[in-house]
Structures are given as C-alpha cells and as structure tokens.
Ligand binder design. Structure first.
Ligand code: HEC
Ligand code: HEC
Length: 355
C-alpha cells in the first residue's frame, strides 16, 4: 500500500484500472440485456404479419378481378333488404373497419347483441365472430346479409337481386367459371377481406430495427406487455391473438359466448382474443362494447378483471399510473390504417340507358 501511495505513476494506473473495470461491468450488464433496457428486444412470438401466410381456401389466392368484385359488394347497400346498409356501414374503413358504437345498429334500427369488431388482418384468423362460430370468412359472409337484425336479405333473394345489376352479372361471369351464384358472392367478399392487411405500424418499424419508431413510453409499454403485465399470454403472434377463447371478467357475464358453441365450464362468457392491430381506431372495446377507452381497458386488466369467473391467467397486475400510460402508448404503436377506396357503385340496370 505504501508503495502505491508513494508512486504517482502506479496510482494513476490503478485509477485507470478501476475505471476500466467499472466501464466493463456496465457494458456487460447492459450488453446482456440487449443493448439497454430502454430498447426492449421484440420477442419472436410477436413480429410482423407475413402476407404469404394469409389463409386462402385450397392455398389459392384470389384473382384481382375476384377481389375487385368483393370490394364492390362490401360497399354495396343493395346487399341489404332495405338497400340502406352495406358491410362498410358497420365495418367503416375510417374507423378501423368498426363503427364506433358499443353495439352495432342493424337495418331496422335495432341494437345488435355485440360490438362490431374491426377487420384489420382478419384473413390471418382461424375462427370468426366473437364466439368463433364460423370457421372461414366464406362461411361468415352470409351471416350478416341474411341476419334479420343486420342486412335482412334472405339468401334466395341475393343472387336475383345482383343479377339485375349488369356490373355484377358480367363481372362474376368473367371472374368465376360458374359465374354469379351464392357461393361466389361469399368467395368474393372473403377475397376482399383477406386484402385488409396492416403491417407497417410504428411497432413493425421498431421490430425491423428502426429504434426510434416507438417513443420511450411505447417502448416501456412493450416491455410491460411482454413482461410484468403478461398481455402476451393471450395477445401473441404477429396479430397479437392466440385465436383462443377467454373470459376476461367483464362486469356483465350474461352472454354465454363460446360456451354456446362448444360445451365447457371454462368457456362460459369466454370470447375470442381479438387482434390488437389498429386497436386505437376501434373504440369502444370488448364483445359488449362496455369499455370506452384504452386507458379504461388497462385499468380493467390492472385490477385483474371486474367480475368472476375469469380466466386464471388474469390477476391484478400492480401497475403504476405511468406504467398504465406506457401500455396505452404501446397499443397506439400498433396503428397502421388500411386505406381502401369506396368504389363507384355499379349502376342499376334501369339506369343504363338503352343502347
Ligand atoms: C349491422 C352491422 C353489421 C353489418 C351490416 C355487417 N357486420 Fe360484420 N359484424 C358485425 C358484428 C356486430 C359482428 C360480431 C358478431 C358476433 O361476433 O356475434 C360482426 C362480425 C364480422 C366478422 C368477424 C370478424 C372476426 O374477427 O371474427 C366479419 C369477417 C364480418 N363481420 C364481415 C362482414 C361482412 C363481409 C359484411 C357484409 C356482408 C358485414 N360484416 C356486415 C356487424 C355488422
Ligand atoms: C387471458 C387472456 C388475455 C390476457 C392475459 C389479456 N387479454 Fe386482452 N383480451 C382477451 C380477450 C379474450 C379479449 C376479448 C374479451 C371479450 O370481449 O369478452 C381481450 C380484449 C382486449 C382488448 C379489446 C380489443 C377490442 O377490439 O375490443 C384490448 C385493448 C386488450 N385485450 C389488451 C390487453 C392488454 C394490454 C393486456 C395486458 C395487460 C391483455 N389484453 C391481456 C384476452 C386476454
């Protein structure tokens, strides 16, 4: 020791060594956690949707002509008995393909039983409707048209009505070998829906290496989402859904949900985990539209749900007010609106002057 104190050169060298050790430890600690905590690593279970994984029937993507017919049908109120309501009336592209209401309004002005879901990335899904009662988009498509509370057009009236519109009659004849029939109407609608892909959100850009694409709040939110708050237990995969059914403990437990389709005590009041892509555009939330804002959604989860029974994966989380804001900021980072232009309607036959 005396030697050290007595030798200024040695003293300087020791200080340097200490400094190097301190810097070394810091590099090791932060290095092992992936750079540093403020840039969390995106786990492999999340990520960006790959359009080649869209579930086309028989793995055969639709043609441009088929998708175009589906786009016309989606915006066409002639698919409703009253000719006043189209798919887009409820699934409005400007509101993430939902309607901004707690529960949708049908053609007769009646409230529907459930909230209108957004359709972003719906083509990656496996089961459709909140209770998963349809297993393809083709099967799903007929539901709202014929449903008395929605568009109320009987299935036997659909084709005759479209046949009076030359744009459909000729369009289907060109796009499908067997022309205009009910199956092809559902195929065209489903084909269009499979093109509603959102994959360029700030989160996707962050995942691709653009470190500042997410704000510091949103990055802390990502850490919570995949860590302490454990949202990833159900909201995982590139579309933030496990395609499974859970009871999240909402206040109103009366809708039987999945249990009306498949028997099982754990499926009582259980609903499909929705994708969180474009979720900031689709308030209000949950199958019953009972929660108005993302802030309130997080407060609900923070308490571990509002009522019992609820899924055992949900427990009170213990998040501070600022952590709750971080999670909301992260959810906003999943926004990448899908632009679809409303096509000019095919004219009715009567409007096509005689040649
Ligand atoms: C009157 C409002 C309304 C109209 C019109 C409407 N929908 Fe819906 N849509 C809903 C509601 C509400 C649900 C959820 C119902 C449920 O889960 O029980 C839904 C569910 C869906 C789903 C399931 C999404 C998912 O993630 O499970 C798809 C796909 C869909 N609609 C497509 C369409 C198409 C295509 C049309 C036109 C042929 C259409 N909808 C017309 C209100 C509407
Ligand atoms: C146990 C599985 C599970 C966990 C864990 C979970 N969720 Fe959910 N989430 C669901 C289900 C199921 C729904 C739909 C429930 C319903 O409508 O009844 C849902 C709905 C939502 C909605 C509403 C989406 C919409 O379109 O209406 C948001 C937002 C959401 N969750 C975010 C989160 C966040 C953030 C976390 C973590 C704090 C989280 N979830 C944890 C299963 C889960």
């Amino acid at each position: 020791m005396a030697g050290v104190h007595g030798d200024p050169a040695k003293l300087t060298s020791m200080r340097w060594q200490t400094a190097i050790v301190i810097v070394g430890v810091a590099v090791a600690v932060f290095g092992l956690t992936g750079g540093d905590d403020s840039y969390p690593v995106v786990p492999a279970t999340l990520g960006t949707p790959d359009p080649t994984r869209i579930r086309w029937p028989d793995d055969e993507p639709a043609t441009a002509a088929q998708i175009e017919l589906g786009r016309h049908l989606f915006f066409d109120p002639r698919l409703s008995a009253s000719k006043t309501i189209s798919c887009a009336s409820c699934h409005d592209p400007d509101q993430g393909f939902s309607d901004g209401m707690a529960k949708g309004l049908g053609a007769s002005g009646e409230r529907l039983a459930r909230n209108t879901p957004g359709l972003s990335n719906v083509g990656f899904g496996t089961l459709f409707f909140w209770d998963g009662r349809a297993d393809s988009l083709e099967q799903q498509a007929l539901g709202p048209i014929t449903n008395l509370q929605e568009m109320a057009l009987p299935s036997e009236a659909i084709v005759p009505r479209l046949q009076t519109v030359p744009g459909y009659r000729d369009g289907f004849a060109r796009a499908y070998d067997d022309g205009l029939n009910l199956t092809n109407v559902t195929r065209a609608l489903a084909a269009f829906e499979r093109t509603l892909i959102s994959r360029d959100s700030p989160f996707d850009r962050y995942a691709a290496g653009e470190r500042e694409a997410l704000s510091p709040e949103a990055r802390r939110g990502l850490s919570l989402f995949v860590g302490e708050a454990n949202c990833i237990a159900c909201h995982r995969g590139p579309n933030f859904t496990n395609d499974a059914f859970h009871n999240v403990g909402l206040a109103d437990q009366r809708d039987p949900g999945r249990s009306a389709i498949v028997a099982g005590a754990s499926l009582q009041a259980a609903f499909k985990t929705p994708s969180l892509r474009n979720v900031a555009l689709t308030a209000p939330y949950f199958h019953d539209g009972s929660i108005q804002t993302l802030e309130e959604v997080i407060r609900m989860y923070e308490k571990g749900g509002l009522a019992h029974p609820r899924d055992p994966l949900l427990k009170p989380i213990g998040l501070t007010a600022s952590e709750q804001r971080d999670l909301v900021a992260f959810l906003h980072g999943l926004t990448s609106p899908i632009t679809v232009t409303r096509p000019p309607a095919f004219p009715d036959a009567t409007m096509q002057g005689a040649p």
